[in-house]
Design a protein around this ligand. Structure first.
Ligand code: AHR
Length: 509
């Protein structure tokens, strides 16, 4: 066997063979399962029609929640859901969404399409869903158009077990015991739809709002300040400096979009577009590094978590759909954005404690698409989340990777292989490998020094075309299959043959 140095040199100069060396003994950080978090906003058909149809719907439901969607989410092991927005959160008054449904006020959703919001899905419906799914709720509080008192009372309503006006109201509305609510977001995009504030003004407001978000009983809040978007490093700087010690977490939003005025079709694109998209998706790594460097300056012990609580692709809305609903299809390209972004998040797990893909159903890079006739489609992105769930709460294993790179834009290159590895609580190693190359298969040598694994199995996600996607008529065009292109060729040594444009997760035991 060639020594590692020789192999790496061969790969580097000949640009032919790809090699990954995983360090099974060097794992230190746990990949927070919350990195696999979801985001569900009152936007388009995410909540209404996507998650909630009501008990009287002809669509099969469990207490009003779509049964098919619920079961698909259960399978995904969703760890946390952020709700009710997004931009919607800063216009949401939670008291509109409690009490008998027929008495709840009807309002116009001014952020998203101007549709009528009947408030039939509110605090009880959301928190009960989280309990049924076994996931953490992440409440996004209204700072933009709300009051300190309103947010304080919401926390009390949800989490207090004492005798008070708020808890009496909750009991009257049918919930005796408080819910467990850990994550509370103090505003959303406060630099934009959440109030167009300066970071200085918001820092002060954040300090004030969070003061009155109390810990009741055993419940311990994890308070999240509304963070920057993309490259706005000044926002992070000011927030950390002025309010860092009052927060548990700071958020960040990063969407994979090239031009906001011309986002492009979700399903009609060229191979060059595909590579450019992956270049933009991977840029999140540098963005993370820059925000983390600022956080490290003010918080070297990494007490404050970074929560990428909105991320994903943002394409033009599907032709013929309601403007403002942000309904888009989801192809193999989106699956790659998901896989490569999760690979990046795993690397920064000492700071990145949560991520929430936008959004869970029928909006942006959704897991699930539904129609109003009872049809449901699992997207390629869903399949990546399902294949990757083995990494949740597993120990991240560092690695070196040598592979070819492709220049995709003036200042951007994309490695032709992306990878991540972890060891779960039972000692089983999982390795995810993406062959980004749209046209060529690639063989990769996997080194796992010290691992005496005897058995390797896996799953693969690929399709005939990058533009392939699942529709209500053809829901299984892109779906995972068993993978048998990996072979153990020696102690701690594997060869893996990755077909063009494929995403593979291997289990080695
Ligand atoms: O996810 C859609 C929107 O994108 C959210 O409401 C907002 O926070 C962001 O700008």
């Amino acid at each position: 066997m060639l020594s590692l140095m020789v192999m790496f040199s061969v790969a580097l100069f000949a640009q032919q063979k790809s090699v990954i060396r995983v360090y099974p003994d060097k794992g230190e950080q746990v990949i927070h399962k919350e990195i696999y978090g979801q985001f569900a906003e009152h936007l388009g058909r995410c909540i209404y029609g996507g998650i909630w149809v009501g008990e009287d719907s002809p669509i099969p439901n469990i207490n009003g929640y779509r049964k098919d969607v619920f079961e698909a989410l259960k399978e995904l092991q969703v760890p946390v859901i952020r709700w009710p927005g997004g931009c919607f959160a800063d216009e949401y008054h939670w008291m509109d969404g409690i009490g008998p449904r027929e008495q709840r006020p009807k309002l116009v959703n001014t952020n998203w399409g101007g549709t009528v919001e009947d408030n039939s899905f509110g605090t009880h419906e959301f928190l009960n869903l989280c309990e049924m799914l076994g996931c953490e709720p992440y409440i996004s509080g209204n700072v933009g158009s709300g009051t300190v008192e309103e947010l304080a009372k919401w926390v009390e309503y949800m989490t207090s077990d004492a005798e008070s006006e708020m808890t009496a109201l909750r009991r009257k509305n049918g919930r005796e015991k408080p819910w467990k609510v850990k994550y509370i977001g103090v505003g959303n995009e406060s630099w934009g739809c959440g109030g167009n504030m300066t970071p200085e003004f918001y820092s002060d407001l954040y300090r004030r709002y969070q003061t009155y978000c109390r810990n009741y009983g055993e419940n311990r809040l994890y308070k999240v300040a509304s963070g920057a978007s993309d490259y706005d490093y000044n926002w992070t700087e000011v927030l950390m400096k002025n309010a860092g010690r009052h927060m548990n977490g700071l958020s960040l939003h990063y969407y994979t979009v090239h031009r906001w005025d011309n986002k492009g079709s979700a399903t009609q694109f060229t191979v060059d577009d595909y590579y450019r998209t992956l270049g933009k998706a991977l840029e999140i790594e540098q963005v993370l590094k820059n925000h983390i460097a600022i956080m490290d300056k003010y918080d070297p012990r990494k007490r404050v978590g970074l929560l990428v609580d909105e991320w994903g692709t943002w394409w033009d809305e599907e032709p013929g759909t309601v403007r403002g609903y942000l309904y888009q299809q989801n192809t193999l390209r989106d699956a790659f954005v998901a896989a490569l972004t999760l690979d990046v998040f795993h690397k920064y797990t000492d700071r990145v404690v949560m991520a929430n893909i936008a959004q869970m159903v029928n909006v942006l890079q959704a897991m699930i698409l539904t129609d109003d006739k009872g049809g449901m489609v699992l997207t390629p992105t869903y399949h990546v989340f399902r294949m990757y769930k083995v990494h949740q709460d597993a120990t991240y294993l560092p690695f070196d990777l040598i592979c070819n790179k492709k220049k995709v834009e003036e200042n951007r290159t994309v490695p032709m292989i992306s990878a991540t590895a972890s060891r779960d609580k039972n000692g089983v190693i999982h390795l995810s490998l993406s062959n980004v190359d749209a046209d060529n298969s690639q063989e990769i040598t996997v080194e796992l020094p010290g691992v005496k694994g005897k058995k390797v199995s896996g799953e693969i996600l690929t399709a005939a075309n990058l533009t392939d996607h699942n529709t209500f008529e053809k829901p299984n065009t892109v779906k995972p299959a068993a993978f048998n292109g990996a072979k153990i060729v020696g102690d701690g040594l594997l060869t893996v043959n990755l077909p063009a444009k494929s995403i593979v997760t291997l289990e080695i035991k």
